[in-house]
Design a protein around this ligand. Structure first.
Ligand code: ATP
Ligand code: MG
Length: 414
């Protein structure tokens, strides 16, 4: 038999039910915060990501699913959502309508990485973007949303790490110091970083190889090089977070693997996740839109990895299993009546199952048990004659005789 492509996963059964519940919680929270959904294409022109994310980043260098379509156009399965949101926003000239925009998206992303626990080639993200505000209030808006989600999904042991990458002015001096530091350690660097040192030294701090990670610990930190404005922005943000009782750690090692960020960057980690511990990551990207040829508009956003969220979610937060009614029936002339009751109950908004193979009453009860039915309605020849149906509460064992009208009203009100 042909199998699924490596790093691509089928979602089904209990797992997909869990996803649906978490997705609903997330959409609910997005709605409370006033974010509007956008559903964007999975395929974009390769250039969008090359210019948006940056040529010497891991994503663009190694991880993109890129191919030439039959018309000869170079296209890529989206590895992330932000560049597409900015493309969409400018393409539809939405900037004329308001000054401030909040979008969210949910869906699959594609990266050619080594599949392992918490890392797939098709994975899923839910993300938000705030466009139009350069003040730290925009960061506060997206970070308070994170904390609300963490609470609603029941994620424990989280740590919010924040950092500031400054602007291109602050980064010039930092870059020089960084190159100086790493030049003395060049022979220990991984091959990628030897090259990155020349083209994009900031990337060295984000390298995943063990040696480079240990070298990054003593590297100069960007926050020591912030200009007055960037420093003030960062201080204001930290003050706002404290005022809203949001705990955070300052982590100069967080520089993010995408080039478009400036000033604030952040990641949410879970201590329950092992080595792939980032649940969510984001930051400010004030020049992405203009770099892509669009208008000049400041922006902040984040994206969270759904697979990792599902792993750390607390199932107790959403085990409100729907109440199932099982209609059991035996006897020759009862099928029509039983099925008409099934459809009537469903139309009344109840989840209803029955045994399509019409086994014995005993086997139908076994199936009702297996499906965790809350009630079983029993219909036999006698019930048809008297017009009274038997309703059994599966938890208490209590059985009642009810007319059809009484039965529907009892089930829909309980
Ligand atoms: P990492 O450092 O784990 O590679 P990243 O910096 O590449 O993460 P982002 O591009 O910021 O990740 O994506 C945001 C979130 O999406 C991550 O925090 C993670 O939860 C999730 N994510 C990223 N890549 C994958 C993947 N290949 N499989 C599953 N989840 C992923
Ligand atoms: Mg990555």
């Amino acid at each position: 038999m042909i199998q699924a492509v490596r790093g691509f996963k089928d979602l089904y059964g209990a797992e997909v039910r869990c996803w649906q519940k978490i997705e609903n919680i997330i959409k609910n929270c997005f709605n409370l915060w006033g974010f509007e959904e956008v559903r964007l294409p999975l395929l974009e022109k390769t250039e969008l990501f090359q210019r948006g994310i940056g040529d010497d980043t891991d994503i663009v260098e190694k991880e993109m699913y890129t191919f030439q379509d039959k018309g000869g156009e170079l296209v890529t399965l989206r590895p992330e959502g932000t560049a597409s949101v900015i493309r969409f926003f400018n393409e539809h000239k939405l900037y004329g309508t308001e000054k401030f925009f909040k979008f969210f998206y949910m869906g699959p992303m594609f990266r050619y990485e080594r599949p392992q626990k918490g890392r797939l080639r098709q994975f899923h993200q839910a993300g938000v973007e705030v466009l139009g505000d350069s003040s730290p209030l925009a960061e506060l808006e997206v970070i308070t949303l994170i904390m609300h989600l963490v609470e609603k999904i029941g994620i424990r042991n989280v740590e919010l790490k924040i950092n500031s990458l400054g602007c291109c002015n602050c980064r010039k001096a930092f870059r020089e110091e960084l190159v100086k530091y790493y030049q003395t350690k060049q022979e220990h660097l991984c091959n990628d970083c030897k090259r990155r040192l020349k083209v994009n030294p900031l990337r060295l701090i984000d390298c995943k190889s063990e040696v480079c990670k240990s070298l990054a610990i003593d590297a100069p930190v960007i926050t020591a090089f912030l200009c007055g404005d960037c420093e003030q922005h960062f201080t204001q943000l930290k003050l706002l977070l404290s005022q809203h009782a949001i705990a955070f750690t300052e982590s100069p090692q967080i520089v993010r693997g995408l080039d478009y960020y400036n000033r604030t960057v952040f990641e949410l980690h879970s201590k329950d996740l092992g080595s792939q511990s980032a649940i969510l990551a984001g930051g400010r990207y004030d020049s992405l839109s203009s770099n892509l040829g669009g208008i000049n508009i400041p922006a902040v956003g984040w994206a969270m990895g759904m697979e990792r969220v599902v792993t750390v979610a607390n199932p107790e937060m959403f085990n409100d299993t729907e109440k199932l009614v099982f209609v059991a029936f035996v006897g020759d002339d009862v099928e029509k009546e039983a099925l008409s009751l099934v459809y009537q109950l469903r139309k009344a908004g109840l989840k209803v199952e029955f045994d399509i193979f019409k086994g014995s009453l005993k086997s139908q009860f076994r199936r009702a048990d297996k499906l965790s039915a809350k009630w079983v309605v029993i219909i036999g020849e006698n019930e048809i004659k008297t017009g009274l149906f038997q309703l059994k509460d599966m938890k208490t064992g209590v059985q009642k005789s009810l007319t059809k009208t009484e039965l529907i009203s009892e089930l829909t009100t309980n």
